[in-house]
Design a protein around this ligand. Structure first.
Ligand SMILES: [Zn+2]
Length: 132
C-alpha cells in the first residue's frame, strides 16, 4: 500500500514523502510510481523550410500538420471529439463514417490565409482523401 504525506517546511513549500507499508511495518524509501520509458512521446516534426503559412498553396500542409498535433494533445482531442460528434461521426464531403482506421483532417472552412480562425465553428473533419 502506498501512502502520501505532505509536509510544509519553511525552506520549501511542500515536501512529499511516500511511504511503503511492508509486512513488518512502515519503511521509507524510493518509490517508482512509473518508469520514465513508459511515457509516450512524439518527435517534433520540423516545418519544411519552404512552407509559408500565409500562402494558400501551403494551407493543406499546415492543416495536415495541425490534425496530427491535435490528436496528440488533450485540448486537441477534445476539439476533435466535439467536431466528430457535431458531424454525427461522418465526413462532410462524402458522408461516410470517420474512424481511427479511416483517419481525418481538420479542415478550415474559411482558410486561415483568408482570415479564417482556428475555432470549432470554422472547422470540419474530412477524410484525408476527401480533403485533397
Ligand atoms: Zn470523406
Amino acid at each position: 500500500m502506498v501512502d502520501a504525506k505532505v509536509l510544509r517546511t519553511p525552506w520549501w513549500p511542500v515536501v512529499v514523502f511516500l511511504r511503503l507499508q511492508a509486512e513488518a511495518g512502515w519503511n521509507q524509501g524510493t518509490v517508482w510510481l512509473f518508469h520514465a520509458t513508459s511515457l509516450p512521446f512524439h518527435l517534433y516534426t520540423k516545418v519544411r523550410r519552404a512552407a509559408n503559412p500565409y500562402h494558400p498553396a501551403w494551407e493543406l500542409y499546415f492543416e495536415e500538420r495541425e490534425s496530427r498535433h491535435m490528436a496528440h494533445t488533450l485540448a486537441g482531442r477534445a476539439a476533435l471529439l466535439y467536431l466528430w460528434r457535431t458531424q454525427g461521426g461522418k465526413c462532410l464531403a462524402c458522408g461516410l463514417p470517420i474512424s481511427w482506421e479511416t483517419g481525418w483532417h481538420s479542415h478550415h472552412v474559411v482558410p486561415k490565409v483568408l482570415g479564417g480562425h482556428d475555432g470549432a465553428t470554422n472547422r470540419q473533419l474530412l477524410h484525408p482523401e476527401c480533403h485533397r
